[in-house]
Design a protein around this ligand. Structure first.
Ligand SMILES: [Zn+2]
Length: 401
């Protein structure tokens, strides 16, 4: 075993992995778990009992017998326990409840005025989560996971809450630090505020990390090294290293928004520097640049519409944005050597941006780094952020036991 393999090996057969095997249908019995993990039946039994006692697994009756006593089948309970998730954006928030396998039970999108400040915005979103947790989900959406227990409007079914913030979050404290477009939120302790209102474990992270984790767990959990770019109103990235979200010392790993790119003239950034990626390639930057060219555009949706219509100003800006993202990404790829780079967020559907990002990446990267590199779009789903938030919480709840 090389040093590089160590973190992955340490996870093998841990409670989190046992739970995931059951959640994905890879295992339905203790025997399956023993075979997959290589652990002894008694060790598996101990861990399974602990997970059952925590309400994270349940037994759902007899499976198929291979002679002797018929084994009890294991399942992740879907009906009762749920995890709450909030993916806060500049203008909207996606709010949902997800079962303990990370599947969406209920979700809705709400308009948000970020400038109303954290108390008002988070207060109403928390009320929404509580309302969703108290409402039974659609039993037809339960999928292959057991729905033996029923949600009967019990708000106590909430097992944890994950929150994504469109700005830098100090991971250890859950505090927001110098966000660009969130007036009144700097230094706000999101975790403490929410803990005063809901009595469950709360995890706060930035939105790009949530997207990275959600996309990785749903599309590429077999790949150990991945970089996810979130390009919407702002721009950021989340890094998966050795199969885990890499946050760095404080939680700012992957924050590429203020990396400098070649741009002439270099537009001024909200951070006070000039030529930051965010000032050149984010959705907000495209809106500003178009307005400066005399084009009437109200928001990012308007910009995307112009690009889809082949407007030359908007298309040229999208290409420039793609090159800028590609430049920064090339440094990241050369340095980190991921297996996949995926772009998500609203600008990911913008073809001219994607094409120039891809071309710049190939031009600027070492051949060895791009030889087998997958360059993709994050599968478009408005639930990718809340899915990541739920997985953060599920991992935390499982790891804590
Ligand atoms: Zn900046």
């Amino acid at each position: 075993m090389t040093i590089d393999d160590a973190p992955r090996e340490a996870l093998r057969g841990g409670p989190r992995e046992l739970l995931r095997w059951v959640a994905t249908g890879a295992a339905v019995s203790r025997a399956d778990l023993s075979r997959l993990s290589g652990l002894s039946p008694s060790t598996v039994s101990q861990r399974v009992e602990a997970l059952i006692n925590q309400g994270l697994l349940e037994e759902t009756g007899a499976g198929r017998s291979r002679g002797g006593r018929r084994p009890r089948q294991l399942a992740v309970p879907t009906g009762g326990a749920v995890v709450g998730a909030i993916d806060l954006g500049a203008h909207h928030a996606r709010v949902g409840t997800l079962d303990l396998s990370g599947r969406v039970v209920q979700a809705r999108t709400l308009p948000v005025r970020i400038e109303d400040g954290p108390e008002q915005v988070l207060g109403s979103l928390l009320a929404e989560v509580a309302a969703l947790a108290a409402t039974p989900g659609d039993p037809t959406s339960a999928g292959p996971v057991s729905s033996a227990s029923t949600a009967d409007g019990d708000p106590g079914a909430l097992r944890g809450l994950g929150i994504g913030i469109p700005g830098p979050v100090q991971h250890a404290t859950g505090r927001i630090v110098s966000p660009s477009r969130m007036p009144g939120w700097n230094g706000f302790d999101v975790a403490a505020f929410c803990a005063g209102r809901v009595d469950v474990p709360i995890i706060v992270d930035n939105d790009a990390n949530l997207m990275a984790l959600g996309a990785h767990r749903t599309a590429h959990s077999e790949l150990d090294h991945a970089v996810y770019i979130k390009a919407g109103t702002g721009i950021g990235s989340g890094v998966i290293s050795s199969g885990r979200l890499h946050r760095g010392a404080q939680g700012s790993a992957g924050d590429i928004s203020h990396c400098r790119v070649v741009a002439d003239p270099a537009p001024l950034c909200s951070c006070g520097n000039a030529g930051c990626l965010e000032a050149v390639a984010s959705g907000a930057a495209l809106v500003t640049a178009l307005r400066e060219q005399g084009v009437t555009v109200s928001d990012l949706t308007g910009v995307i519409r112009l690009i889809d219509d082949g407007d030359r100003h908007a298309t040229a800006l999208a290409r420039q944005a793609g090159r800028a993202i590609g430049e920064i990404l090339a440094v990241v790829v050369n340095f980190f050597n991921p297996q996949v780079v995926a772009i998500g967020g609203r600008l990911a559907d913008c073809e001219p941006l994607l094409a120039s990002m891809r071309a710049t990446l190939y031009e600027r990267c070492l051949p060895l780094a791009t030889q087998t590199l997958l360059i993709e779009r994050v599968a478009t789903s408005q639930d990718v952020g809340i899915t990541g938030a739920a997985h953060l919480v599920i991992d935390h709840v499982v790891a804590a036991n």
